[in-house]
Design a protein around this ligand. Sequence first.
Ligand code: BG6
Length: 479
Amino acid sequence: SEQGCLSVVVLGASGDLAKKKTFPALFHLFAQGFLQSGEVHIFGYARSNLSDDGLRERIRGYLKGASEEHLSEFLQLIKYVSGSYDSKEGFEKLNKKISEYEMSNKSESTRRLFYLALPPSVYPSVCKMIRTYCMNPSGWTRVIVEKPFGKDLDSAEELSAQLGDLFEENQLYRIDHYLGKELVQNLLVLRFANRLFLPLWNRDNIDNIQIVFREDFGTDGRGGYFDQYGIIRDIIQNHLLQVFCLVAMEKPVSLKPEHIRDEKVKVLQSVNPIKHDEVVLGQYEGYKDDPTVPDDSNTPTFASVVLRVHNERWEGVPFILKAGKALSSRKAEVRVQFKDVPGDIFRCKRQGRNEFVIRLQPSEAMYMKLTVKKPGLEMATEQSELDLSYGMRYQNVKIPEAYERLILDTIRGDQQHFVRRDELKAAWQIFTPLLHDIDAGRLKAVPYHPGSRGPKEADELSERVGYMQTHGYIWIPPT
Ligand code: BG6
C-alpha cells in the first residue's frame, strides 16, 4: 500500500552509501512527489554524536545543486538518533521516536522501512535489534539490505538463516542496484515482447554473449574493503550475474515477481562449474600501494570468466562475464554476437558478425551491427549500426537512478527487482569453488597497466571461446 504514514530509517546514516546513494535517492523521490511531507519521516541512525541539524547539514552537503525549495522542506523531515548497532537503549530510543511520530500523524495505517546502509558484519545484530524493539505493531515492516551477502556459499547461507529467523522473505529486500537500471529492466521487455528476437535467441543463432563492466578508476580509498572481496564478489557474482539471468532465462509464466525469480533460479542452476582454463584474473599495477591492502595480495581487480549453460537453449554458447577496475573507460554492456552467415556469397565474414549491443551505461543505448552495402557505385559491404540511443530517442525523459526506483518498489511491496534467498544461494554455488581456489592462491592474478584494456590474456580467452573482434573496415570483394 502507498497509504499511511511512513517512517524510513537509514541505519549507517553517516556512512558512504547513505551519503552517495540513500539520501540522494530519498530526496529525489521527495522532490518528485513520491514521498510527501505530511506522511513521511526519515530517521538517521548511527554511532556518531550528532544533532538533527548536524545530520541535516551533512545531507545538504551531499545534495549540492538541488533546488532550495524542495531541499529545506525535505531536510525538515529528517531526525537523528545516535546509538551503537547492538545497543538496546539505542533501538528503544529509535522506536520511541518512530512511535511518537506515528501517534502525532494520526493516519490509520503505519509503515516502517529500515535501510541497512551498513557493513554486513553488523546485519545480524541490527536485524535482531529491529526485530526485538522496532517492529511496527500495526502495519508493515520491511528491511533493505545491501551486498555483500556473505563471502561464499556457507557464509551466505549462514547469514540467510540468521535473517530468515528474524524476518519473513517478503519483509527482506536484498538490493542489487543493477536491477534498478533502466536498460537492465528493459531486458525482459526486449526479449519477450519482440517477435524479432524470439526465434534468434538461442544456440542455433548466437555464437557468444559478453557481459562486460569496466570502470576507469581504481579502488579509490576502498582498498581495505575491496581486498577482502575482489572483483568477482564485488561485481560479477551479483551485478553481472543478474544481467546474465535476464539475458539467459526462459520466459516466465507471468510478470509476477515469483514467476520471474523462479526462472532466474532455474537458469542459475543450469550453469556448469567454471573451468580454470576459462578464467583470467588481473590486478592493476599500483593496487597494492594502498596502505590498507597487504603487500602480497592476490585479490583480482579484473576478472573474465566463461559461464557454460547446460540446457537446450544454450548448450555450447559461452557467456563471457568480464569486469575490471582502473581500465581505459567506464562502460557496462551486453554484447550478443550472432553466428556467421552460412554460404556467405559476399565473403564479409572477416569484417564482422551481426551483433546486438545493449549499453547499460553511460549513454544508454541499444544498437545492432549489420552488414550493409557501402553506399556508392561499387558493390562493397561495410558494417553499420541500427542505433537506438536513449539520449536521442528519449531526449526529454529523465532516467531515474537505480536506488530511487528500488526504494519506491520497496515502499510499494514489489520484490521483482530484488534477489530472493534461493537465487542468492544458486549464485554462490556457481562461484564458490572458483573463489576458494583464488583465495588459496591456486589461481593467480596477472598484472595490468591502470588505464589499459586489462590483461591481454582476457582478450585471448574471449577469442579462444569464439568471440570475433569486429573491425570497422570496408571490404571490397575481388572482381
Ligand atoms: C558497487 C561496487 O556495487 O557497484 C563498486 O561495490 C562499483 O565497486 C559500483 O563501483 C558500480 O556501480 P555503477 O552503478 O556505478 O555501475
